[in-house]
Write a protein that binds this ligand. Structure first.
Ligand code: GLU
Length: 547
């Protein structure tokens, strides 16, 4: 009898589960290889939490010689945007997260376990739903939205668990001949699981982050196939992760309470369970308390924020790794140049409580990351960013390519490494005062410090130019600055000044500050000697002459 019902519901399905089992055989991979997947809806938006998960998917597959594939979960057509798939693929490529299998874009795919886009897998889901109907483990439900509302209201009144289950599951109690009759009449329906669970029994399962968890069994006759013939998330999860031979399902912790349902579905379908890793929600600290990072309120919730602001991918990934495994930070300190793949992620070490995402900390990580870049890399990556986001800056950088690289090279090696750039959007501020076309055109306020008197400033600059020689080495140059200081009544050493301040107008530091500010307008710059050398005598004179 169930066969007749199944045939009536899915007359076009001529394949059996055995057919698909053979078509998608167990993967031939080395012992311990993990098969992971990133399974977004094609909304085009990549949340930082998804980036966190995708990074974990990729790392675990790579470090075990496994496979990491992309699956597009588009059974909920409402959430789709045109080109959503390409946006996901390209958005993750920015962070060097690429997939071994999956859609290549809107057309074509890599890998033997496809299609990797759920809307193209309708026949597969229906085949398995058909087999469940045959086994008496699924049935058509004809309840209308109004009828479901009535059930919900009754449950609310009784203050009991909401849902379609037990005595509330009206269609579950229908005879098969009644069902057949209604289908033949043309009544609309969806397909539900016929749950075999009991609220008084418990299931136990192991999450790799949280350990053993116990939940009551599932009792809900959840929808598995919707009225449009496509599956719900739950049903697609079971069928796809089985047939694509996923070994580890890595997904957000919001799915953890659905595991009892998934356990039942896998059992009903005769599938082995995968391992689960439910990742913590990414949180943000605000006014002393933690809250979920929000797409609506926090720009940093979007993966595109990092590209738009020019935070290098290495920094973002390093920071995500810090959140993932707290021992990563130490490892990175000891291995600043090592390839990420050399760090072995341990899923057991991931914290189960909300992962705190702190932009200030990311900023520090990024400064550190950039401090290890060569000047050429800072130049080329900065320029690439500027070409897209700050065309004027890109022009300046290209017009003065050598000069820019030399400036970026100041304090890049040695004991005092500069850590003054956290993102390419800070490059403008970092460079523009050194380009004459900006320095002389754009209004700025000179940041004079202890010496503010114009005549005194001029006297210092005059004296300085008398002795300045571009060929001097750093020691000679600094010696000359001390001579200028002494000549004009300033102490040669800060120490001397501190011992007898009444004897001096100031100290050598005041002299160098005057020179720095006259030259750049700023009180803080990279090494002054190097800046002077890079500007050259003529430009130094021109800059001093404006005072
Ligand atoms: N499409 C689901 C989501 O966007 C994926 C969950 C999973 O990875 O299984 O949340």
């Amino acid at each position: 009898m169930s066969k007749e019902l199944a045939e009536l519901v899915f007359p076009n399905i001529d394949k059996t589960p055995e057919y698909y089992e053979e078509l998608y055989p167990k993967r031939n991979l080395p012992e311990g290889a993990m098969v992971t997947r990133f399974a977004p809806s094609p909304t085009g938006f990549i949340h930082v939490g998804s980036l966190f998960g995708a990074n974990l998917d990729r790392r675990l597959a790579t470090q075990t010689n496994g496979v990491c594939y992309l699956r597009i979960e588009d059974t909920d057509g409402k959430r789709e945007v045109d080109d959503g798939i390409n946006l996901v693929i390209n958005g993750l490529k920015v962070f060097e997260i690429e997939f071994d299998e999956g859609p290549k874009g809107t057309e074509g795919s890599n890998g033997n376990y496809g299609p990797y886009i759920q809307s193209q897998r309708k026949d597969i889901y229906q085949c398995y739903a058909k087999s469940l109907i045959e086994k008496g483990l699924a049935y058509p439900c004809f309840c209308t939205a109004e009828e479901l509302d009535v059930i919900r209201e009754r449950q609310e009144k009784l203050k009991i668990v909401p849902g379609y289950y037990g005595d509330f599951a009206a269609c579950r109690k229908m005879s098969e001949s009644q069902m057949i009759e209604r289908i033949k009449k043309g009544d609309p329906y969806i397909i539900r699981l016929k749950s075999q669970g009991s609220m008084s029994r418990k299931i136990r399962f192991k999450d790799m982050i949280r350990g053993i968890i116990e939940f009551p069994e599932n009792v809900q006759d959840i929808v598995i196939i919707k009225s449009d013939g496509l599956p719900t998330y739950h049903f697609a999860h079971a069928v796809d992760d089985h047939l694509m031979r996923t070994t580890h399902v890595i997904r957000g912790e919001e799915w953890i309470s659905s595991v009892p349902l998934h356990v039942e579905l896998f059992k009903a379908l005769g599938f082995d369970m995968p391992e689960y890793i439910h990742t913590p929600t990414i949180m943000k600290e605000e006014d002393g308390s933690k809250r979920k990072i929000s797409k609506r309120k926090d720009p940093e919730a979007s993966a595109s924020y990092y590209k738009d602001n020019g935070i290098p991918k290495e920094a973002v990934i390093d920071y995500l790794m810090n959140i993932l495994n707290s021992n990563f930070e130490m490892w990175r300190k000891q291995n600043p140049h090592a390839d990420l793949a050399e760090f072995k992620v341990d899923p057991h070490k991931i914290s189960s409580s909300g992962a705190l995402f702190d932009l200030v900390k990311l900023n520090d990580v990024a400064k550190n990351t950039i401090s290890f870049f060569t000047a050429d890399k800072v130049y080329s990556e900065g320029l690439e960013w500027a070409e897209e986001y700050d065309k004027d800056l890109a022009e300046l950088m290209k017009t003065h390519a050598e000069f820019t690289k030399n400036i970026l090279n100041i304090e890049r090696t040695g004991t005092k490494v500069r850590k003054d750039i956290a993102k390419w959007s800070e490059l403008r501020d970092n460079l523009e005062y050194l380009y004459d076309e900006v320095f002389f055109e754009k209004e700025h306020e000179d940041e004079w410090q202890s010496v503010t008197d114009k005549a005194e400033i001029k006297a210092i600059l005059d004296e300085y130019m008398k002795v300045y020689d571009a060929a001097d080495d750093k020691d000679t140059w600094f010696g000359k600055m001390k001579d200028v200081a002494e000549k004009l009544g300033y102490a040669r050493e800060v120490k001397e000044y501190k011992q007898n301040p009444e004897n001096y107008k100031g100290h050598v530091g005041d002299i160098s500050t005057v020179i720095r500010v006259a030259l750049t307008g700023r009180k803080n710059t990279p090494d002054l000697y190097e800046i002077l050398k890079n500007l050259g005598t003529e430009r130094i004179q021109k800059r001093f002459a404006r005072i």
